[in-house]
Design a protein around this ligand. Structure first.
Ligand code: GDP
Length: 313
């Protein structure tokens, strides 16, 4: 990939795609190709094929996906499995058919078994049952990995798959119900501070542990792997560090400056108990996360404050 390569970022309005696009722009890549959903519906195969036939991108970052937090995954299972399968099938197939040189498929560490060894190495894929709250999304992502591997094996298509841990940062979805925990709590603590509410509810027991990677770090990792990794095996992208949901909530409470109490609603699901990625493979390849959680959270809250009137939901 060089500075004049034609690069398509699928999903450029989302958290991940927008970060990849920003990073490529700062690195002076000058042929970046994007399409808004209204211009190109990725769930329609004929439209995707026509786009690839006309535009002939050389590199593709497949960051378009239907994503959401534990509640959204549990509530809209049909949409999660259908939309993700459609989008990825269409893009991977069209990329191969229309001569793309290399494609990077974005998965998730929720593809690993619910009770995977911690930290989770790439090799534990398909060694046990999935976490039920997000199995629909996970099955779609596993199908995407297998499709990349199959197209490499049968057709020699250079598709790689990367598995980011829980992501956050500017451009996130801050919906109170459907978002992931980190943006949902920023929003809830912020609203509670504004409205001077005495307490804020955090879902579950607070004991699950999660790893959080800032999306600007993810973007540099994706570009790094696009340039330096050409193997069928998946690669985890994370920090290798985790916090409990209770610790995360406390950290966000302090950053937002909320003075009230924290309440844990144990009627809500905890999801998988731990989800820490083993990042030794990526470290050996020469990449490491740079943004620590506290700095990343402060930056994300600043972004939320500056953009709260037109954030995505
Ligand atoms: P997960 O990593 O796939 O489980 O996705 P989430 O980011 O949605 O949830 C992570 C953990 O945070 C789970 O244990 C949730 O129960 C917990 N959590 C606590 N409060 C919230 C909240 O307001 N929204 C979400 N989405 N999760 C919450």
């Amino acid at each position: 990939m060089n500075k004049h390569s034609k690069i398509y970022v699928a999903g450029h309005n989302g958290l991940v795609g927008s970060a990849i696009l920003r990073y490529l722009q700062t690195q002076n890549f000058d042929q970046l190709l994007v399409r808004r959903r209204a211009e190109l519906d990725l769930t329609r195969q004929a439209d995707v094929e026509e786009f690839f036939a006309q535009q002939r991108p050389e590199y593709v970052f497949l960051a378009a996906a239907k994503v959401g937090g534990i509640h959204a995954n549990n509530t809209y299972p049909a949409e999660f499995i259908r939309d993700n399968l459609l989008i990825q099938n269409h893009i991977i197939d069209a990329a191969y058919r229309f001569g793309v040189k290399k494609l990077t498929f974005l998965g998730s560490t929720c593809i690993y078994p619910k009770l995977a060894p911690q930290p989770m190495p790439e090799e534990c894929l398909l060694t046990g049952s999935l976490e039920p709250t997000n199995e629909w999304y996970a099955i779609a992502k596993i199908a995407g990995i297998k499709m990349c591997q199959a197209y490499r094996k049968q057709y020699g298509f250079n598709a790689i798959s990367v598995m980011p841990t829980n992501l956050y940062g500017q451009g996130d979805n801050f919906h109170l119900e459907n978002a992931h925990v980190l943006p949902a709590l920023i929003r809830r603590f912020h609203d509670a501070k504004q409205q001077k509410l005495p307490e804020v509810v955090v879902w579950g027991t607070g004991s699950p542990r999660r790893e959080f990677l800032h999306v600007d770090d993810l973007a540099t990792a994706c570009v790094f792997l696009m340039q330096h990794y050409d193997q069928p095996e998946i690669v985890n992208i994370g920090t290798g560090q985790e916090v409990s949901i209770r610790e995360l909530a406390q950290l966000i409470k302090d950053i937002v400056g909320y003075q009230g109490k924290l309440i844990f609603d144990e009627s809500k699901p905890d999801g998988t108990p731990r989800k820490l990625s083993d990042v030794s493979k990526l470290t050996q390849l020469g990449w490491q996360a740079q943004i620590n959680l506290e700095d990343g959270l402060k930056h994300t809250y600043q972004w939320f404050l500056a953009n709260q009137n037109n954030i995505r939901e």
